[in-house]
Design a protein around this ligand. Structure first.
Ligand code: FAD
Ligand code: NAP
Length: 340
């Protein structure tokens, strides 16, 4: 494993923000990870694991050893007539795994097609799309403790998964590197078609009895039609989490804004669509020099040029303030911000 000091991270974050890491290493096998942890301890630096940098905002240089997780491999741990248990290395590409599983006739991941990033990062925010969350398929998460090189195996319950949330954003934040994820997939299709956009996408394609491959294709078409490709228009996907409010707050908002979409949660709370709130405040398509809000998707902030993470965060703050002034709802940034 080689370590590059004072390395640019511009190619390692999908917002293409320029920032330098005090040191950068690529981890291709578990021995590299132990060596990287030992190096960081010797230098007195924190270690920051990254996958593809699709859910981060770099607001300044990182005084850390940044470790790019590039370990590969998919092992079949058990192969039953109904279900298959897989162990997937952290550096595997998420979308390639979804494709691989479909080809093998292993189902459950199709609504999560085309989400950028690595398998190792996926449990951090419990990736989700079109009504499916990764948590529903996770059997265990394997992690390396940065401080002492011990190994942890976390069950699904240990991971404390929530809505775009997990223990890796709280108690284990900055303490572990996820090395592999065990996923339980089904040999029988278990389609989740509740999202109106997905159901409509299938109807438009004249699909009457969808298969998992039809769903996979419909999700890809929808995402390509709405979301900017970070390689062309650098972005980090949804910049804000969808806010969760109480029933009382939701009723008060519905009285003032009858068109406001609301989604009931199993815990009795109500989820609002952050994109709708931002669009209502007139931000969709906004552009100021090199920064803007995507014209098709109000939740996506785009770095059109070489602006800094700090300027991007200022725009985010202005957008969030206007939503707070209009609706009394505080938006929270979804990507991990480094160097606030
Ligand atoms: P990174 O951005 O590299 O890292 C994100 C965080 O996870 C960092 O804090 C990092 O330290 C930590 N991390 C990364 N790898 C590890 C590891 N091995 N161990 C411990 N910590 C680690 N998200 C969704 O949930 N649903 C979507 O539909 C979705 N769509 C998106 C669309 C676009 C166009 C973009 C740009 C992003 C989208 N995202 C979505 C967000 C993002 O793709 C996911 O959060 C993804 O899991 C991030 O993977 P990554 O490898 O890029 O992680
Ligand atoms: P959309 O279909 O326009 O829907 C807008 C919002 O309404 C979504 O955020 C979704 O919440 C919510 N919603 C819609 N139908 C729902 C239902 N039946 N039940 C509960 N909530 C519902 O969304 P989109 O922006 O095009 O994104 C499509 C999917 O991809 C969403 O699930 C979204 O989360 C995911 N996505 C995530 C990112 C990211 O970076 N995190 C980026 C792009 C897309 P949810 O967000 O909770 O699903």
């Amino acid at each position: 494993m080689s370590i590059t000091e004072f390395a640019s991270l511009q190619h390692y974050n999908t917002l293409a923000l320029e920032a330098r890491a005090r040191a950068l290493a690529q981890v291709c096998q578990s021995a590299d990870l132990a060596a990287a942890c030992a190096w960081a301890r010797r230098e007195g630096l924190p270690l920051v694991p990254l996958g593809q940098g699709s859910n981060i905002v770099l607001a300044q240089d990182l005084d850390a050893l940044v470790v790019l997780m590039a370990t590969r491999g998919v092992d079949i741990l058990s192969d039953g007539s109904d279900e298959v248990l897989l162990r997937v290395a952290a550096g595997e590409n998420w979308h390639e795994l979804v494709q691989w599983a479909l080809v093998k006739g292993l189902y459950g991941l199709e609504n999560l097609a085309l989400i950028p990033g690595t398998v190792g990062a996926a449990p951090v925010q419990n990736i989700g799309a079109y009504g499916v969350e990764l948590a529903s398929m996770i059997e265990a998460v394997h992690a390396h403790v940065i401080d002492d090189d011990t190994r942890l195996v976390l069950s699904r319950d240990d991971c404390a998964f929530g809505y775009r949330d997990s223990v890796f954003k709280h108690g284990l934040r900055d303490r572990v590197v996820i090395t592999a994820v065990d996923l339980r997939l089904s040999r029988r299709p278990r389609l989740q078609l509740d999202y109106p956009a997905l159901a409509q996408g299938l109807r438009s394609a004249r699909v009457v009895s969808p298969t998992p491959i039809d769903v996979f294709n419909a999700v890809i078409r929808l995402r390509r039609s709405r979301l900017p490709d970070p390689a062309v228009q650098p972005n980090a996907g949804s910049f804000f989490l969808n806010p969760l409010v109480s029933m009382e707050q939701a009723e008060a908002l519905a009285a003032r804004f009858p068109a406001l979409p609301m989604y009931a949660q199993t815990d009795g709370g109500i989820k609002l669509a952050a994109g709708w709130l931002i669009d209502f405040c007139g931000w969709k398509g906004y552009r100021n020099n090199n920064l803007g809000i995507h014209p098709q998707h109000a939740l996506v902030l785009v770095n059109y040029g070489n602006d800094s993470g700090r300027q991007l965060l200022q725009l985010a703050e202005t957008v969030a303030q206007s939503v707070a002034d209009t609706f009394g709802v505080q938006l929270v940034i979804e990507p991990r911000v480094y160097g606030e």
